[in-house]
Design a protein around this ligand. Sequence first.
Ligand code: ATP
Length: 333
Amino acid sequence: MYILTIGSHSSLQILHGAKKEGFRTVLVTPEKRVKFYTQFAFIDEVYGYKNEDEAVEYINSFANNGILIPHGSLVEYIGPERVNKIKTKIFGNRNLFEWEANQKKKMSLLKNAKIKIPEQFENPEDIDRLVIVKLPGAKGGRGYFIARNKNEAKEGLNKLLEQKMIRSIDEVIIQEYVVGVPMYFQFFYSIILNRLEIIGIDIRYETNIDGLRRLPPDIKVDPTLVVIGNIPAVARESLLPTVYEYGENFVNTVKELVPPGMIGPFCLESVVTDQGDIVVFEFSGRIVAGTNLYVNGSPYSWLYWDEPMSAGRRIGREIKLAINSNKLDQVLT
Ligand code: ATP
């Protein structure tokens, strides 16, 4: 059996883990990156594509003997229409892609799961507090802005319209800006073992907002939120039961609203306030790049496995467990 993924995001970790679990590994990547990826011995085949159609064709040549592992760059690199043409089975629930692409649907799913989310404003006129304005399909936070009040928000929105970054304000999501510390809770839901695992926590390192504290306080620079990397974190242990409950609620709600339900890794992206509230402003229904911190396992994955268990390896392990118990079709869509 071959495990395939697109060369970017968390592909090294995914294939490293797949190899450890005994699979043949294939990386599909734009041609110019072939040299970079060829240096890793755990990748059996590196395929460089000239265009995305070629990539899909190659992925489809593994329809009978391969599994594609999706990550945050799959839809971005291949495009949503082409992703629909992928015939090779993917690990996870492909019906979640559509929910992930729509910020409003995304927030409604969290709300349904009874997870605390930031206040949302449909009409800029109703804004009565500090807000963050988010663009659709933003690549790592580009174009997002923070506004102190409704006038600043309207000004910012007009600028986005003028610059043609959006066509109408219905495309953006306006959320209360929650003051606290960000924490991204990484989970793995195992259908085969019928259990939810907390597999790690990270903090996203964003420019320039995380650099502003280096400046003297009288120098005012508008913050931007472009993701550059990730920093490891552990949470106060007393927060974990709530985090776990959120994870369970999420799994139950996805099962109800997006059949066949959650399969494998996901992440609840949160801000923790000084009242100990965990407010989730976003989720990812697949492996997140913050798990790259834990190629050798995280402080949490150790507790479940007592062996180095990255998210990538956990995916490989789940596939292996599924094959051995004749349940492979339950983890693929
Ligand atoms: P993606 O997973 O799409 O790359 P993300 O998980 O980083 O994005 P976004 O919703 O795109 O999350 O937000 C980007 C950044 O903006 C977050 O990392 C966080 O620092 C900040 N942020 C987003 N929403 C809020 C909020 N409601 N309150 C406070 N900060 C927020």
